[in-house]
Design a protein around this ligand. Sequence first.
Ligand code: GSH
Length: 200
Amino acid sequence: MRLYDFELSGSCYKIRLLLNMLDLKCELKNVDFVNKEHKSDAYLALNPFGEIPIFEDGDLRLRDAQAILVYLAKKYDTSGQWFPDDAASMGRIAQWLSTGGGEIMNAAGARLVKILNYPLDLEKLQAGAHRVFKIMNAHLADRQWLELGHPTIADIACFPYTAMAGEGGIDLTPYPHILAWIGRVKRLPGFIPMPGVPAP
Ligand SMILES: N[C@@H](CCC(=O)N[C@@H](CS)C(=O)NCC(=O)O)C(=O)O
């Protein structure tokens, strides 16, 4: 297995997290994101979207963190808990896979503006992040985990850029249920930190 990785990327971190929680070994191939290696011809030949992460397992190559989480859970999770097979569970989890790769990426964009000076509309991104965090906070008011009452890839997909929201100038203090959930994710067996997401 090989992950095209950048240490400061929350999208790559999603994959590193699940790999570690499933106790899987994977080669990490560093992508020079700051110098735009992900826009080079060689990289675009692997992922025409010009984004990290990419994941390879044998002959299979996948782009998109959520797709990779689905693959890893289906192929390697012997507990069957991270992405259970029944239709209702899959649908429930897929909602948050979409949110993790969609609305929560507003927080990722805000962080790119703050730490890498990306020329994006910071206020719009922060407002988009607050919209989704308000919904997540209400959803988590009477739940420990996003779906199914136990950790799933829904939590992994939504965790990194929520936990790093502060780096995009987004204050999570108004969202106590999200803060409690972040604490729970950090206490899961196999949790690993990354810069901006310290261990508990
Ligand atoms: N849909 C992709 C998006 C991943 C993504 O946005 N990756 C960022 C880095 S964290 C990226 O490569 N952005 C391209 C760029 O900034 O040029 C996923 O969820 O994996």
